[in-house]
Design a protein around this ligand. Structure first.
Ligand SMILES: [Zn+2]
Ligand SMILES: [Zn+2]
Ligand SMILES: [Zn+2]
Length: 342
């Protein structure tokens, strides 16, 4: 029986198959797209330093791609308020139960367009392709730095998603000398599943989603987009390449255009269906295999890169912070149906 048919008013617990996190689907307060208030109230916009012509308002760029006229179309600049800094000495020490480390790392901003456009959903697929191309180039450059273990690429769009007071489409790159907890949970979960089944859990999830189609949003040109079975947030969407690969930045260049078309469609569906909500996306990819190459010995087979897009329609409250349990007020199967039809 389909999950949609047995949908009742009773809350349902669902377990994320990768990291084992439980979530609560509470349709008691069932939420359909129009039930969500657009939380786009934000303080007045500040002067934009990211538009073409305002380059003197930002730090010197570290990378850019240019058009035939020599003007930049996508550029990367160091963050003005970095969480981590490149030239910090790498040190480590312990104090009793506490470990400390110098904040050495990289924090950069990818300015995705020279024009004052707020939402990536409003860029052309070709412009989005350039952004993802730039991500890959930056990955390859950062990989040469032996102290970096992980590169996280993410986007905050809209005030309540951490997007700040300037409404100019951009994303961030953080490179760290340590592996990130959220990613490590996924890596460990995927490895555990692989050890037992000798299959990639993400490939198994893709097969399941393509068979059941209940949570499927898009399936085209080698990519799949679906609402995860144990969604933390209403209208959460994951995008995965159907061909198995653990490293995002090793994607073939010709596939980037297909990926950018899928991203454009999903972001546009979210924008139109949910009245331009704030959202985040993050790319989860494998860490650089250092300095313990054998520690993740099966990672090429067991992990599968993906993009997680999470609209910010609900507030994460004390219960979620304290318990790690998320409450999702929309049935994932229903969210998928709305997104398919949008
Ligand atoms: Zn601007
Ligand atoms: Zn896979
Ligand atoms: Zn992930």
């Amino acid at each position: 029986m389909s999950l949609l048919k047995r949908r009742g008013k009773m809350p349902e617990l669902r377990k994320d198959p990768i990291i084992g996190r439980w979530i609560i689907i509470s349709t008691e307060r069932a939420k359909r797209p129009h039930d969500f208030k657009s939380t786009h109230t934000s303080p007045p916009e500040k002067e934009c330093p990211f538009c073409r012509g305002k380059e003197n308002m930002t730090p010197q760029e570290v990378y850019s791609i240019k058009n035939e006229k020599g003007e930049w179309v996508v550029r990367i600049i160091p963050s003005k308020n970095p969480f981590l800094e490149v030239n910090t000495e790498l040190w480590k020490k312990g104090k009793g139960p506490y470990d400390l480390m110098g904040g050495g790392g990289i924090h950069e901003v990818v300015v995705e367009t020279p024009y004052h456009i707020a939402n990536m959903a409003d860029l052309e697929a070709e412009d989005i392709r350039k952004v993802f191309f730039v991500y890959c180039q930056r990955f390859k450059e950062i990989e040469k730095n032996p102290s970096i273990k992980y590169v996280l690429i993410f986007k905050n769009y809209g005030w309540s998603a951490g997007g700040g007071r300037v409404k100019h489409s951009r994303s961030q790159i953080i490179a760290t000398p340590v592996n990130l907890k959220r990613v490590k949970e996924e890596l460990e979960g995927a490895k555990f599943y692989y050890n037992y089944h000798e299959r990639c859990i993400f490939c198994d999830i893709i097969r399941q989603e393509l068979t059941s189609k209940e949570r499927l949003v898009l399936d085209e040109d080698g990519f799949i987009a679906f609402v995860p079975f144990a969604s933390r947030f209403p209208f959460e969407v994951w995008i995965l390449p159907k061909d198995h690969s653990c490293d995002f930045y090793k994607i073939e260049e010709e596939k980037l255009f297909f990926l950018s078309q899928v991203i454009k469609k999903i972001l546009f569906k979210i924008k139109s269906l949910l009245k331009d909500p704030p959202y985040n996306y993050v790319i989860h990819t494998a860490p650089f295999r250092r300095p313990h190459p054998h520690y993740w010995s099966t990672i090429e087979e067991d992990f599968h890169w993906h993009i997680e897009i999470t609209p910010r329609l609900t507030e994460v409250a004390g219960f979620e912070w304290g318990s790690g349990f998320y409450i999702c007020p929309t049935l994932p199967e229903e969210a998928a149906r709305y997104l398919r039809e949008a």
